[in-house]
Design a protein around this ligand. Structure first.
Ligand code: CUA
Length: 117
């Protein structure tokens, strides 16, 4: 049997591993939307976006979290990870010209503030 202290340590490491698992969200980019267009996460959460295009080339940009990546045509996935370390609402923009309504292609990342301790 493990001494009591080791049991506590083992339990804690399991819990922190679970907390560190990123929140994975699959996003489809297509003229001229992101689906889902609204993504909600918690402050401090590690976020993994798995993006693909349903048509041509698009891009994904979230300035606040220094995200900016090209999404190729053909459905190849692009994975981005970042920590949502600030609460608020942050636009998700398409960063590659993709047609007439490129400027209208937007989503929203909503980062819910951590509950006060
Ligand atoms: Cu999609 Cu620009």
């Amino acid at each position: 049997m493990l001494p009591q202290q080791d049991l506590v340590a083992a339990t804690e490491s399991v819990q922190s591993a679970a907390q560190d698992a990123p929140r994975t969200i699959e996003v489809v980019a297509k003229r001229f939307t992101f689906e889902p267009s609204r993504i909600e996460v918690r402050e401090g959460e590690r976020v993994r976006l798995v993006l693909k295009s349903a048509d041509g080339v698009h891009g994904v940009e979230i300035k606040k979290f220094k995200v900016n990546k090209r999404i190729p045509h053909g459905g190849e996935t692009v994975t981005i990870e970042f920590v949502a370390d600030a609460p608020g609402q942050f636009p998700i923009l398409c960063s590659e010209f993709c047609g007439n309504d490129h400027d209208e292609m937007k989503g929203m990342l909503v980062v819910e503030a951590k509950a006060p301790q």
